[in-house]
Design a protein around this ligand. Structure first.
Ligand code: THU
Length: 160
């Protein structure tokens, strides 16, 4: 039997269509993206998370001469939240990315490993994390209400 999974997402044409909270997160992600440590790929990524209560934590990609040792911006941000505020809910995550060969205005989705990391925190807190990516220089923004929209058939502790 063939089955189909449908994902729902919202597409915005510019940052101005977003609410104040999300606009603020994009601004913070843009700021932190500039200082990304990406000497090898030259592809800079900035991420910002908003916790319940309004606190914002940021991350940028951190590369290494031993390539696999580096870490994505999303995980730098979300692990910070997990480490510093383990009992505070993570509400939103925004991601901006661009490099020498790629403009900063394409919606760049989180990689598979980051999706899995985000899924873990949704599970831990029992609430979804809204994720938005794209749009730094006027491009489109994609938003999903939960990481499940980016990770069909995801693995979780429920299978252990
Ligand atoms: N990168 C991220 O920071 N987040 C992603 O979701 C995709 C990739 C980084 C890792 C590496 O430093 C560079 O972008 C190129 O892959």
């Amino acid at each position: 039997m063939k089955r189909r999974q449908v994902i729902t997402y919202t597409e915005y044409r510019s940052l101005s269509e977003l609410g104040e909270n999300m606009q603020r997160l994009f601004k913070r992600a843009l700021k932190v993206q500039r200082d990304a440590y990406a000497p090898y790929s030259k592809f800079k990524v900035g991420a910002a998370v908003r916790l319940e209560g309004g606190q914002i934590l940021c991350g940028s990609n951190q590369e290494n001469a031993v390539y696999p040792v580096g870490l994505c911006a999303e995980r730098v941000a979300i692990f910070q939240a997990g480490a510093l505020y383990p009992d505070v809910r993570i509400c939103d995550l925004v991601i901006l990315a661009g490099g020498e060969r790629a403009a900063n205005n394409r919606p760049v989705p989180p990689c598979g490993s980051c999706r899995q990391a985000i899924a873990e925190y949704e599970c831990r807190q029992g609430y979804p994390i809204r994720i938005a990516f794209g749009g730094a220089d006027g491009g489109a923004i994609i938003e999903v209400r939960t990481v499940a929209g980016l990770l069909p058939f995801g693995f979780s502790k429920a299978f252990l």
